[in-house]
Design a protein around this ligand. Structure first.
Ligand code: AMP
Length: 420
């Protein structure tokens, strides 16, 4: 497959964004000429008998007469190829198929771009080989991303395909922050350093924060707290990332739904020696049975809040470990930046859990940080300030939109110049 297109068909303004996981594919079709989100969906449990495709068509085109209602397919979808074919069929049924002249490109989320990929990149055979070379750094994610890319290239050979890397925004982190203090030769031989993840979200949210403040991103220093099921913090100086909490893998940093975040690395040796656990068992413990789940059995912040209301002590402790870690990172990144213009919360917990936002910043008035209880209690999908009117440092909630950012970056790279 050598003649890979590098520019979109003339006049085409739509981007299909694909996020291929090991057993799932999430997708959105966005119109970059002001048409917004046209369709979206999710294929789950690929390879199982109980696969399911849920497709949300454009408003009024769901075939049921209802506006924007969901269409579903149940039953085995054997592999990613079958999944993407089914997605293409659903889109075609809405008149939005891969052969539609309005489709400009396909943008793929790729988790690990190592040090090599600092920007969104048009995918050709050499780029695919390079992403393959990074598999040892992201053994769960990059293979699934690659499968999605290969399948999409086969289904849409006339379309430019762009990889947007989760690590790219963090490739600007200066060496003293990116290096671990372990033997240099060993670290270099095995590409061990801080890469960071959720970069597309941190890029989008830090830029939207500057817009919310009515300032140019180059003038604004922001601490972004991306608190979803996975969670990470970043320090962004003038639009450039200078620190982030995830490291070689997404395990480091904040307390997450099921991941421990920071621990003493010697916990691992201790468990191996004293508890007789294997490396794989410890990996599973720290990635899947730790974090909020490990502390109280629940990873959903709504459930944890409900249990706290009922006086549940394990849930309260989980909440406090979570918010204590957050506060520590806010303080650390304040020191890294020196001057902070905004602290911004995003993703499922950050956008919805007012109690988490209040607890994370409680007692930081000396740093100019506080939350107005009335503003913090307001719910909404729009970016908003939750700090008091006279605050020295803005505190904001900015809903993240990784798909929109992937589409934007994809279109900026391959779209028609006049519409970009
Ligand atoms: P994400 O990975 O960004 O989709 O975030 C998922 C997480 O957000 C869930 O596991 C919940 O812990 C949290 N979440 C979602 N909605 C709410 C809500 N209304 N209140 C508190 N937490 C929420």
């Amino acid at each position: 497959m050598s003649a890979t297109p590098t520019t979109a068909p003339a006049g085409a303004t739509r981007v299909l964004v694909l996020n291929s996981g090991s057993s799932s594919v999430k997708y959105q079709l966005l119109d970059m000429a002001g048409g917004g989100r046209l369709a979206s969906g999710l294929v789950e449990r690929i390879g199982e008998q109980t696969s399911r495709l849920a497709h949300t068509p454009p408003a009024g085109r769901d075939g049921t007469g209802q506006e924007g209602g969901e269409r579903t397919r149940e039953g085995r979808i054997a592999d990613h190829e079958a999944a993407l074919k089914a997605v293409a069929e659903e889109l075609a049924a809405d008149g939005l198929g891969l052969d539609s002249p309005e489709l400009a490109a396909i943008g793929h989320r790729v988790v690990h771009g190592g040090r090599r990929f600092t920007e969104p990149t048009v995918i050709d055979d050499a780029v695919l080989a390079e992403i393959e070379r990074l598999v040892p750094l992201a053994p769960l994610h990059n293979p699934a991303n690659l499968t999605g890319i290969r399948t999409a290239r086969a289904l849409g050979p006339h379309l430019p395909q762009v990889a947007v890397f989760d690590t790219a925004f963090h490739t600007t982190i200066p060496e003293p922050a990116a290096r671990y203090a372990i033997e240099k030769e060993t670290a270099d031989a095995h590409r061990i350093r801080r890469y960071g993840f959720h970069g597309t979200s941190h890029a989008y949210v830090s830029r939207r924060t500057a817009e919310l403040l009515g300032r140019d991103p180059s003038e604004v220093n922001v601490i972004v707290l991306h608190l979803g099921n996975g969670a990470s913090a970043s320090a962004v100086r003038g639009g450039v990332c200078v620190e982030t909490s995830m490291g070689l893998t997404p395990l480091e940093g904040l307390v997450m739904g099921t991941r421990s975040g920071d621990t003493d690395p010697a916990v691992i040796f201790h468990l191996a020696r004293v508890a007789g656990m294997s490396v794989d068992e410890i990996d599973t413990l720290l990635n899947r049975r730790s974090g909020l789940t490990g502390l109280c059995g629940d990873n959903d912040m709504r459930e944890i809040r409900r249990r706290i209301e009922e006086g549940d002590e394990a849930a309260r402790l989980a909440f406090e470990v979570y918010t204590h870690r957050l506060k520590k990172y806010v303080g650390a990144y304040y020191a890294v930046l020196g001057r902070v213009d905004a602290v911004t919360f995003t993703a499922g917990v950050g956008e919805n859990a007012a109690e988490v936002r209040a607890a994370a910043l409680e007692g930081l008035e000396g740093l100019g940080l506080s939350v107005d209880p009335g503003r913090n209690g307001v719910r909404g999908r729009e970016p908003r300030l939750i700090s008091p009117g006279d605050a020295r440092v803005a505190v904001a909630v900015v809903p993240t939109d990784e798909e929109l950012e992937i589409a934007r970056q994809t279109y900026a790279l391959v779209g028609a110049a006049e519409a970009a």
